[in-house]
Design a protein around this ligand. Structure first.
Ligand SMILES: [Zn+2]
Length: 148
């Protein structure tokens, strides 16, 4: 819930900021009052369209950055995920698995695992939450090997 609230908050701040930019562009290029010759000042229309194109590109870039930043945040504490590690092998996929990159939360909340190999389109990253008791996960492999 907190994860999505942070995402919506970032979108709202971007919408307010970029909405102000659009209002500025609209203020710089007021609508034409003469209905008989709507294109009598073609250069003004061209500049207005160019400014709106730049606004659109800025919107798309900001939206991309917001989604990219949100993807690499911890789902619990919202801190940036750290320590990327490559797993798998390009040359030995059948032996070591598909190449992936894993990021972890430094406070142990979870692991984000995303495929480096995109054969059938872009696949979503997989978030694996960790339990609160880190010692249970660390000692679990040892318990299995203690059994006779
Ligand atoms: Zn975390």
């Amino acid at each position: 819930m907190r994860y999505w609230a942070w995402f919506v908050a970032k979108l709202a701040v971007a919408a307010v900021g970029l909405g102000g930019l659009v209002r500025l562009v609209v203020g710089l290029f007021p609508s034409d009052k003469d209905p008989r010759a709507p294109l009598n000042d073609g250069m003004r229309y061209l500049l207005c369209n160019f400014a709106l194109l730049l606004c659109f590109l800025l919107f798309a870039g900001v939206l991309y950055l917001i989604v990219w930043d949100q993807r690499y945040r911890c789902r619990v504490c919202l801190r940036r995920l750290r320590m990327p590690i490559s797993t798998g092998s390009w040359g030995r996929i059948l032996q070591f698995g598909r190449p992936r990159t894993e990021y972890i939360c430094t406070y142990g909340h979870g692991t984000l695992s995303e495929d480096d190999l995109q054969i059938s389109g872009l696949s979503g990253a997989e978030w694996t939450p960790h339990s609160d008791d880190i010692w249970t996960e660390l000692c679990a492999p040892g318990r299995e090997s203690d059994r006779p």
